[in-house]
Design a protein around this ligand. Structure first.
Ligand SMILES: [Zn+2]
Length: 281
């Protein structure tokens, strides 16, 4: 993954002054062709012309007033589909919100479900929906996240189960949800609640474990059952930002100035990457 600044073009110095532009760096994200299922097939599937690159840095930064200097500057938008940078910001906030919730209601099991056969995008979504409903009928609460590996989608699920949830039970539920397709699954007890919160949204340092959702994918990136989180996600997210902001204030020993400019007064790194709720899912 390239992550270097764009070389200046010879004509740039003559360009009219304007707001700073985000560097447009293209990186390869899909090294091999998609299987027949993902990327072609059913009615409203993605177009045949499949984008294979994503930008490294945010392409749509938003203006904020720096709380230390009072100056206007741009911070990344934090939308998970935007860029590598924004995907990482989103993952950091999501895992912090999950960890906050897990202090009260921790998950008990980590599950991965994958379809080996070529299953269309819509059908895979329906399979996962059936699987999650089966978990609910067994009294489990869940948080499920879509993840891509070389362009192929699979799902990770954090589960809170009353009793034990075995690999055999998960395999049976997943097979029954996929109606004859060849599938594979994995289930183990959560050893570290913190690590599970980071791993499920890939808030990890290892870049090889992460992939930005393909541009053609319009579905939800994650979903969760009503009783899985200790508080509504918006409340958890807000608390995370407040916590980070307080930590930043403590480090600098300064207080945030009043904002009367109409520009968002959220210029700490804590606020960078605060996506709108609807765009996370
Ligand atoms: Zn962005």
């Amino acid at each position: 993954m390239a992550d270097t600044a764009r070389d200046p073009c010879p004509g740039d110095k003559n360009a009219p002054p304007g707001p700073p532009r985000a560097p447009m760096i293209m990186t390869l994200t899909c090294l091999s062709p998609l299987p027949a299922g993902e990327g072609a097939g059913c009615g409203h599937d993605p177009p045949l012309r499949r984008p294979s690159v994503v930008v490294a840095r945010c392409a749509r930064p938003r203006p904020v007033r720096d709380w230390r200097t009072g100056e206007r500057r741009l911070i990344p938008c934090g939308r998970p589909r935007c860029s590598w940078e924004c995907r990482d910001l989103w993952a950091g906030r999501m895992s912090a919100a999950l960890r906050r919730s897990f202090r009260v209601l921790p998950p008990t099991h980590f599950v991965r479900v994958t379809a080996l056969d070529a299953v269309s995008v819509g059908e895979l979504t329906r399979c996962v929906g059936r699987f999650l409903r089966r978990l609910r009928r067994r009294g489990c609460e869940y948080f499920a996240a879509s993840e891509w590996r070389e362009g192929r989608r699979h799902h990770h699920v954090l589960v809170r189960a009353d009793g034990d949830l075995t690999s055999a039970v998960v395999a049976e539920l997943w097979r029954a949800s996929c109606r004859g397709a060849r599938v594979t699954s994995y289930c183990r007890r959560v050893a570290s609640v913190e690590a599970s919160a980071r791993y499920v949204v890939k808030d990890v340092k290892d870049g090889s474990k992460k992939e930005v959702p393909p541009a053609w994918f319009r579905g939800r990136l994650f979903s969760y059952s009503k009783g899985f989180l200790a508080e509504p996600l918006k409340v958890l997210m807000r608390a995370v930002v407040e916590e980070w902001r307080a930590q930043a204030r403590k480090r600098t020993g300064k207080h945030q100035p009043d904002n009367s400019s109409g520009v968002s007064n959220e210029g700490t790194q804590a606020e960078a990457g605060q996506p709108r709720q609807t765009e996370q899912r």
